[in-house]
Design a protein around this ligand. Structure first.
Ligand SMILES: Nc1ncnc2c1ncn2[C@@H]1O[C@H](COP(=O)(O)OP(=O)(O)OP(=O)(O)O)[C@@H](O)[C@H]1O
Length: 287
């Protein structure tokens, strides 16, 4: 569905370098990373809204520039900002956009409008942020797209609709010919629906892997401070100490001796915890 190889983009104060990952049909990939890490830039490059400086992007096996028209027909895309004309109503905007798609499904679009509680006669600039996202989603999901690319679709949505959206995406994925690339800060959403996670930090891919493998690779270890010595501290990607004890993230749990482990609590970290420790480590200059 999507193959990105050695992708690079240079801005005056930011560099996206050597981004490489791929997504196969039937799977959901979550794209995570802190603010300004390069997620939107990567997505804009895929969509050819920005021109790449290096590397290769293939969508459905086609070069993303040469095959742009064919590719865009089969992509459902939700930006993190509104890109529709605010002065038009939902219905008017749809009438402009729908004919651009070969497989526009009006019945499905009307169904989504009802489900999302959107009034087709309402002007776009009168919609709330969440309603604009819902409108973008209705447009993205109504033309039989095979690849769905969502840039922070859940920001600005209330928890009830976020849950509904995840269920819609989950339902879409019953069709094994589809794939979803989903960038978000709300990593708990990904814990529910993602099969793969790609983590970008400071313009580079830190890891791209199966979600379950990511969650299994890292351990969150807690224990009393008296256990800590310099050799144990070295096993941690990051460490937080307080008067009640320490908490640290490690990818090398097996290196810690069983006798020591008995005195500690070992938990599975969340994606948020993994991200926080890895980002802080890079900020301290450790790669
Ligand atoms: N057109 C541009 N010109 C110059 N710099 C840009 C441009 N677009 C993005 N950048 C810079 O690229 C970096 C990455 O931005 P990007 O929007 O890709 O981050 P992000 O990971 O999506 O962040 P967020 O989570 O905050 O949305 C930022 O430092 C941003 O200032």
């Amino acid at each position: 569905m999507l193959e990105i190889q050695g992708l690079g983009k240079y801005f005056s104060e930011f560099e996206l370098s050597d981004v490489t990952f791929s997504l196969e049909k039937g799977y959901v990939m979550g794209l995570i990373g802190p603010n300004g890490s390069g997620k939107t830039t990567t997505i804009k490059l895929i969509m050819n809204l920005l021109k790449k400086d290096r590397g290769e992007i293939k969508v459905f096996g086609l070069d993303h520039v040469k095959g742009e028209k064919e590719i865009k027909n089969k992509i459902g895309f939700v930006y993190d900002e509104n890109h529709y004309y605010g002065v038009l109503t939902i219905e008017q905007m749809k009438k402009i956009v729908a004919p651009m798609y070969q497989y526009w499904d009006e019945h499905l679009f009307q169904k989504y409008l009802k489900e999302f509680d959107l009034n087709p006669k309402q002007k776009i600039d009168k919609l709330s942020k969440g309603m604009k996202t819902k409108f973008s989603l209705a447009m993205a999901l109504s033309h039989q797209a095979e690849l769905i690319i969502l840039d922070e679709p859940t920001s600005g949505l209330d928890p009830v609709f976020r849950n509904e959206l995840l269920e819609i995406l989950y339902f879409l994925m019953q069709d094994e010919n589809k794939a979803i690339l989903f960038s978000t800060h709300i990593t708990s959403d990904l814990e529910r629906i993602a099969d793969y996670i790609t983590f970008i930090n400071q313009g580079s891919v830190v890891f791209t892997n199966e979600k379950d493998q990511v969650l299994e690779r890292f351990s969150l270890v807690k224990g009393p401070n008296y256990l800590l010595d310099s050799s144990l501290e070295k096993q941690f990607i990051g460490l937080r100490k307080s008067s009640v004890g320490f908490e640290g993230l490690t990818a090398d749990l097996e290196v810690i001796s069983p006798a020591l482990k008995e005195k500690m609590i070992v938990e599975r970290p969340t994606l948020d915890e993994i991200m926080i420790y890895l980002v802080n480590r890079t900020r301290m200059g450790v790669r």
